[in-house]
Design a protein around this ligand. Structure first.
Ligand SMILES: Cc1cc2nc3c(=O)[nH]c(=O)nc-3n(C[C@H](O)[C@H](O)[C@H](O)COP(=O)(O)OP(=O)(O)OC[C@H]3O[C@@H](n4cnc5c(N)ncnc54)[C@H](O)[C@@H]3O)c2cc1C
Length: 319
């Protein structure tokens, strides 16, 4: 049986998350057996590159409408059946989360969402691990049905090239009519969305007010990071809601998370504690965030942040 990966795309290109899911599909196929088939829905000029990350076959389905979880779930389920795939991998993104339940129902599959380990199938028993209780514990889940759907946590397996491009096959699969029409979409150009960001500069109530955010934006700009914030900051309108990270906001998993003037409440940590390296800047030595930090600076952020930005600028111009 094959492993089918739904490779997400946007603006005519496969997204980084799509390559991640494909590489994870490759590692999964190595563990449980089978080939990797990557599925792209809509235009994606770089679809052939999915071969480099482990897909032995790439199929592209024409779709002119916007994302609709029902239509996409139907296309993915049909592609899985046509390609003899009983394991389907999608990203744990807003699209992946919204379609995975429908997909599992259509495939009569067991669903494990938010996985961060390679599945095993020893003795026919399919097992995979996922973080639970805000990352404080790991659950090992066993799927007993013949078909499986997994959603993969972002940045869990950075994509690695393992092979070459493959030819892209066009397939005609009808997912049915969408029940709604998107009339307008507004996107922030040039900004890596938080779930995909490798570098995040995040700030909290310690900033005192929205008028002080210039130093955060400058630091983010100089290292090419995406900006984020704590929940009260978004709730009071200092920053837009899409920047709110944590239990009730976006979950991030970057290589570097810089937390500035954020206390480190459990609800905030729930969405950020899977970051690979955490740097905390806080003037209170008792701030709980220091317990989760890899590096901590106990000082006034209004002194540290501009000095850090200047030091990075100098380092860049010297090298
Ligand atoms: C059900 C529920 C869900 C929640 N979900 C979330 C969530 O998803 N995300 C989230 O973030 N919160 C969430 N919260 C809120 C959470 O409990 C905290 O209240 C919130 O995270 C605190 O935000 P903060 O750290 O920005 O502010 P504060 O707790 O006020 O902390 C500000 C920090 O800034 C430091 N500071 C102040 N001035 C300076 C300075 N000049 N230099 C350096 N440091 C300074 C202070 O020492 C302090 O540690 C949730 C709460 C509940 C009840």
């Amino acid at each position: 049986m094959s492993v089918l990966v739904f490779a997400e795309s946007a603006k005519g290109k496969v997204k980084k998350a799509g390559f991640e899911a494909t590489y994870y599909g490759h590692l999964t196929a190595q563990s449980i057996g089978g080939d990797v088939v990557a599925l792209v829905i809509g235009d994606a000029a770089n679809a052939a590159d999915l071969g480099k990350y482990g897909a032995s076959k790439v199929i592209q389905v024409n779709h002119n409408g916007s994302f609709d979880s029902g239509v996409y779930a139907s296309i993915i389920a049909q592609a899985a059946e046509q390609n003899g795939a009983n394991t389907v991998i999608v990203n744990h993104s807003s699209s992946g989360k919204s379609l995975s339940g429908r997909l599992a129902v259509k495939m009569n599959a067991g669903l494990v969402s938010g996985v961060n380990s390679i599945p095993t199938a020893d003795g026919g028993s399919f097992k995979v691990k996922k973080p639970v209780f805000s990352g404080k514990a790991i659950a090992e889940c066993e799927i007993n049905s013949a078909n499986r759907v997994l959603t993969l946590m972002g940045n869990a397996y950075p994509p690695v090239e393992v092979s070459n491009e493959v030819n892209v096959e066009n397939a005609s699969i009808d997912g049915g009519a969408s029940s709604y029409t998107v009339t307008d979409t507004k996107t922030a150009d040039g900004i890596v969305p938080l779930p995909e960001a490798e570098l995040v500069v995040s700030a909290g109530r310690g900033m005192k007010g929205p008028e002080n955010w210039g130093i955060i934006e400058e630091l983010a700009d100089v290292i090419g990071a995406t900006t984020a914030c704590s929940r009260p900051v978004a709730d009071t309108g200092w920053r837009p809601h899409h920047e709110h990270v944590g239990q009730t906001g976006v979950a991030v998993r970057p290589n570097l998370y810089i937390a500035i003037g954020i206390s480190g409440a459990i609800q905030h940590l729930a969405g950020v504690n899977s970051s690979k390296t955490i740097v905390v800047i806080n003037k209170d030595p008792e701030a709980p965030f220091f317990k989760a930090a890899d590096y901590g600076v106990c000082a006034d952020l209004f002194d540290v942040v501009p000095a850090l930005t200047e030091a990075i600028k100098k380092h860049k111009s010297d090298s």
